[in-house]
Design a protein around this ligand. Structure first.
Ligand code: 1CP
Length: 343
């Protein structure tokens, strides 16, 4: 059976533009909160294939999206490379021993060995594929190496990236060494996710906008393309979505072997279409806070659809859904995308 989401990623004509939401399995859903409470905490939930499968599937039935996204987190990668990860309540992720020097980079577990430790992710994927409706797709994902190393060097989320940037500008070779090591793990990790059954790959570069233009292409995009080249050579039919958040100013230099470009909400869809619409399918880009108002949601969907005209387009938010959005409004977003883009 064909999957509308996969067809859309490959640029095929579809009856409407499919839709999913970043962070669609999450705290705005009471059903998610219940399973997370049963699991004890967030990381336990990621480590438990049965429960991770359950929360992955929740938004399919509850909000009616066209694709599921694997429930996990980008930070399980550095965790399995040997950096102890905790999620501190109300504060987010924390690595207590961030990377500060070359010996610590060398001590990280690399390549296949690290990727093989993520067995709970591959088991979750197999379970999801047994239960997912045949016309729905499963998105697997990774963080871009740059976004991952921001957490590995800062130890947590940051507003200034000062430790990262200090390393980047004072010891660029060491930064490249770390990025190359993470890239190697990500290649094998995504290969194993594909072997376990994901239909589409998404690479999240959430902190792309922290870098100047030339540095962005040198320290981030280059590694994302290395990953997509590797995967495309082995699995040409698995679509790849790139989501570098906040680099609307750098679109002229975006090129490479992938299928879909994720447009964040700060980049006008018209601009993305003009610069990239012939080369790539575009995904996005409603400002997630519009979900607080059903009227504003419909207005935004109409505006995006006027630009994209239901062609070579996947609806999504321009970043993740926030925990205090009413479930009813998320349902409204999904059904309105499907209605308005119908051919
Ligand atoms: O339940 C909870 O309280 C934990 C909140 C939470 C959730 C639901 C975290 C902690 N991660 C997740 C799941 C998650 N993370 C998914 C699941 C699938 C889905 O989208 O439904 C995905 C794809 C991610 C990816 C992720 N984690 C990114 C990239 C996407 C993005 O949002 O930009 C990033 C940057 C992270 C790190 C992370 N994990 C969790 C938090 C709160 C953060 C961000 C911290 C920060 O702002 O620095």
């Amino acid at each position: 059976m064909s999957k509308i989401f996969v067809d859309a990623c490959l640029g095929k004509k579809t009856p409407y533009s499919p839709v999913w939401m970043m962070r669609q399995a999450g705290r705005y859903l009471p059903e998610y909160l219940k399973v997370r409470a049963e699991a004890g905490d967030f990381l336990n939930l990621c480590h438990n294939p049965k429960k991770a499968c359950e929360v992955t599937l929740q938004p399919m039935d509850i909000v009616g999206v066209d694709a599921a996204i694997l429930f996990s987190d980008i930070l399980v990668i550095p965790h399995e490379m040997g950096m102890h990860l905790e999620f501190v309540k109300g504060e987010g992720p924390l690595f207590k021993d961030p990377i500060t020097n070359e010996a610590e980079v060398d001590a990280l577990l690399g390549g296949k060995e690290a990727a093989e430790k993520l067995t709970y992710v591959y088991e979750t994927i197999s379970l999801i594929q047994k239960e997912l409706a045949p016309d729905k797709a499963l998105i697997g994902f990774t963080g871009a190496p740059w976004t991952l190393v921001t957490y590995m060097i800062e130890g947590k989320g940051t507003k200034t990236y000062n430790l990262c940037k200090k390393l980047l500008y004072t010891q660029p070779e060491l930064m490249h060494k770390l990025l190359a090591k993470v890239t190697q793990v990500v290649k094998y990790y995504m290969e194993k996710q594909i072997e376990a059954g994901i239909d589409v790959v998404q690479i999240f570069d959430s902190w792309a906008a922290a870098l100047e233009e030339d540095e962005y292409f040198e320290f981030s995009w280059k590694y994302m393309i290395e990953i997509s080249d590797y995967l495309k050579e082995k699995y040409p039919n698995i679509p790849i979505i790139m989501f570098p958040k906040g680099i609307g100013q750098y679109l002229d230099r975006i090129e490479g072997n992938f299928d879909v470009f994720g447009v964040d909400w700060s980049t006008p869809m018209e601009l993305a279409k003009e610069k990239l619409g012939d080369k790539y399918v575009l995904q996005g880009n409603m400002e997630p806070c519009r979900l607080y108002s059903k009227e504003q949601t419909t207005k935004s969907i109409e505006k995006i659809n006027n630009v994209m005209q239901g062609k070579r387009h996947i609806f999504n938010l321009g970043h993740g859904i926030l925990p205090d959005v009413p479930v009813e409004n998320a349902k409204h977003f999904v059904s309105e995308c499907q209605r308005i883009s119908k051919n």
